[in-house]
Write a protein that binds this ligand. Structure first.
Ligand SMILES: NC(=O)C1=CN([C@@H]2O[C@H](COP(=O)(O)OP(=O)(O)OC[C@H]3O[C@@H](n4cnc5c(N)ncnc54)[C@H](O)[C@@H]3O)[C@@H](O)[C@H]2O)[C@H](O)CC1
Ligand SMILES: [K+]
Length: 215
C-alpha cells in the first residue's frame, strides 16, 4: 500500500526540508519540474505536439513554469497561461517567470482557445488550495476539462481536495498526475480516480521521516 499523507503533512514536510534541513525551495522546485518533465515524456497517453501550461501564482505554478522551460528548451511547442494576481505571486514563482521570460516563451491569456493544444499542464493549485474554486481559476479549469487535450496535473489536480478527494467547486480531470513526495490521502480514494488519472509519485528529496532517514 502506497504511503499517503495529508495536505498539512505535505506542507510540514516541505517546511522542514527547507527551513530545518536547509534544502532551498528553488532546488526542490527545480527537482520537481525535472521529474514532472520526465513523467510527461514517459507517458504515452500524452501527445506533446502543442502544450499549454496553466500556472497559478504560487509554487504549484512555479513548478509548472519549470516544466514549461524544460519542454521549450528541448524543442517542444509551449505556451504559458498564468492565472491570478501577479502581485500575489510567490518569490519562487517570480524567479521561474523571469527564466521563462529569458527564453521568451510565448504567453496566452484566458480568452485563448484551448482546443488547438494537444496536452495541457495543470499548475494552478497544489497543496495551497484553501477554498472553493471560482472566477478565472474555475474558468481555466472548466475550459481545460472541455478541451480535447489530455491534462497532466502537478501535485494535486487543481480543485480537488487533497485530504477528502472531494471537488471544491470544480476540479481538473487529469489523464495523469505527478504528485510530489507522497500521494495525498484524498487522491487514493475511488471518487478521486477520474481526477488524478495515472499517478506518478516523484521523490524530490523531501524529508522522509526519521524512521527512513536513520535518525
Ligand atoms: N517550497 C515548497 O514547499 C515546495 C512546493 N512545491 C509545490 O508548491 C505547491 C504549494 O505551493 P503554494 O504556493 O503553497 O500553494 P499553491 O501554489 O498550491 O496555491 C497558490 C495560492 O493560491 C491561493 N488559493 C488557494 N485556494 C484558492 C482558490 N480556491 N482560489 C484562488 N486562489 C486560491 C493561495 O493563496 C495559495 O497560496 C505544491 O503543491 C507543489 O506543487 C514543490 O513541488 C516542492 C517544494
Ligand atoms: K495542480
Amino acid at each position: 500500500m502506497t504511503h499517503a499523507i495529508t495536505v498539512e503533512e505535505s506542507r510540514q514536510l516541505d517546511a522542514k526540508t527547507i527551513n530545518e534541513i536547509g534544502i532551498p525551495s528553488l532546488v526542490l522546485m527545480e527537482r520537481a519540474g525535472l521529474k514532472i518533465y520526465e513523467n510527461m515524456l514517459d507517458n504515452n497517453n500524452l501527445d506533446l505536439d502543442n502544450i499549454l501550461i496553466l500556472a497559478g501564482t504560487g509554487n504549484n505554478g512555479g513548478d509548472a513554469l519549470v516544466v514549461a522551460r524544460l519542454l521549450y528548451t528541448h524543442g517542444y511547442k509551449v505556451h504559458t497561461l498564468t492565472v491570478g494576481n501577479p502581485a500575489h505571486a510567490s518569490d519562487d514563482h517570480v524567479t521561474q517567470a523571469k527564466i521563462c521570460d529569458y527564453y521568451q516563451i510565448p504567453k496566452v491569456f484566458l480568452d485563448e482557445k484551448f482546443d488547438k493544444y494537444t496536452t495541457i499542464v495543470d499548475g494552478l493549485f497544489g497543496s495551497g488550495l484553501s477554498r472553493n474554486v471560482g472566477g478565472d481559476f474555475a474558468t481555466a479549469i472548466d475550459k481545460a476539462n472541455a478541451a480535447k487535450a489530455a491534462i497532466h496535473a502537478i501535485d494535486i489536480p487543481s480543485g480537488l481536495n487533497g485530504d477528502t478527494g472531494e471537488v471544491m467547486g470544480t476540479a481538473i480531470k487529469a489523464t495523469s498526475t505527478s504528485t510530489i513526495a507522497y500521494p495525498k490521502v484524498g487522491m487514493l480514494k475511488d471518487a478521486a480516480k477520474p481526477y488524478t488519472g495515472k499517478l506518478y509519485v516523484d521523490d524530490i528529496g523531501i524529508y522522509r521521516g526519521n524512521q527512513f532517514e536513520g535518525e
